[in-house]
Design a protein around this ligand. Structure first.
Ligand code: SF4
Ligand code: SF4
Ligand code: FES
Length: 315
């Protein structure tokens, strides 16, 4: 071991059909350039050929090396071993397969569910017939390209989906990556299936809980949650809206009215306007039974400078 090298202990959560889940430890010498994919390569080639993991490009482009490193969803190739040692002040690093997806073997998970979600949003451009036939050219303006650029950077790694609570709890929700991809084409002026995309995306967009986990974990800064917000803004262009989308729209309108009126979000009022009297009363009884009614009657402070707030709100 050279002076600049350090020994780390890698604890890997392994899985096989016959053994189920079990942990295994390996020791590897690393220096400041050693990526976690290189750590795995050394373990597999020098210590244990039975270990399975996915990696291809080793440069954060192919999206195949997603896993949990010390509990955080990360790309192994974009993670330096000694950065993790420094961050956690420990030379023990744990590797686990991504959450949510079923493991197939060790760190390799079944991504069929991820691809199903992605293909539901028709992840390609549908240009004009004339463009397809080579009879016309359709250029993208720089301002349109600027809007799309960030959302084009998705590498289909699945990390955002693995960390998204709404994906687990709501079977109707498409998931953050599919929304990022869907919006990327919804906002593309060259695309010809806008109405169809609205039908696919709008209801699902109102099922995100805005927890920002996808924003935090994405290794390409795609910001899937931003695309969900932007998609919601298209709700008014959809004719037949689902109940979820209707309630979402009402909620936004009630919040806007409340701010214009009082300079704050009056939660009780917003709730009533969004869900109506019967649902609000039912929820009030539920809150009372669970000792949470006090939160519905929090004393509100008066907001000063209402004229400035109305100006910001465009009145
Ligand atoms: S912000 Fe929405 S899409 Fe992103 S992880 Fe949270 S619930 Fe999922
Ligand atoms: S949005 Fe980010 S985290 Fe999600 S699949 Fe694409 S690159 Fe991965
Ligand atoms: S190996 Fe390609 S993204 Fe990590």
């Amino acid at each position: 071991m050279s002076e600049k090298e350090q020994e780390i202990v890698v604890k890997i959560k392994r899985f096989s059909q016959d053994k189920g889940n079990y942990w295994q430890e390996y020791k590897v010498n690393v220096d400041r350039f050693t990526q976690m994919t290189e750590v795995l390569r050394r373990i597999k080639t020098e210590q244990d050929p039975s270990l399975s993991y996915r990696a291809s490009c080793h440069m954060a482009v192919c999206g195949s090396c997603g896993m949990k490193i010390n509990g955080e969803p990360r790309l192994a190739c974009k993670t330096l071993a000694l950065d993790i040692v420094k961050k956690y002040n420990s030379n023990v690093i744990t590797l686990e397969p991504m959450d949510y997806f079923q493991p197939i073997k060790d760190l390799v998970v079944d991504l069929d569910d991820f691809y199903d979600r992605m293909f539901k949003v028709k992840p390609r451009l549908y240009p004009d017939k004339e463009v397809l036939e080579g009879k016309a050219e359709q250029r993208l303006k720089p301002e349109d390209q600027r809007e799309l650029w960030k959302f084009e950077q998705c590498i289909w790694c699945g990390l955002c989906v693995s960390g998204c609570p709404s994906v687990r709890n709501d079977p109707e929700f498409l998931g953050p990556a599919a929304h990022a991809k869907g919006y990327r084409f919804l906002a593309d002026p060259r695309d010809t299936i806008y109405e169809e995309r609205l039908k696919i995306l709008i209801d699902s967009s109102w099922r995100c809980t805005y927890c920002y986990q996808c924003f935090n974990v994405c290794p390409r800064d795609v910001e899937p949650v931003t695309t969900i917000k932007k998609t919601r803004a298209h709700t008014r262009f959809l004719k037949d809206r689902s109940a979820v989308a209707e309630i979402g729209e009402k909620h936004i309108e009630a919040i806007e009215e409340s701010i214009k009126d009082s300079g704050m979000i009056k939660e009780a009022e917003v709730y009533l306007k969004t869900y109506g009297v019967i649902a609000s009363l039912t929820d009030l009884i539920y809150a009372f039974q669970n000792g949470k009614l006090k939160y519905a009657f929090v004393k509100e402070m008066k907001v000063k400078n209402m004229d400035q707030i109305r100006k910001i709100m465009g009145d």
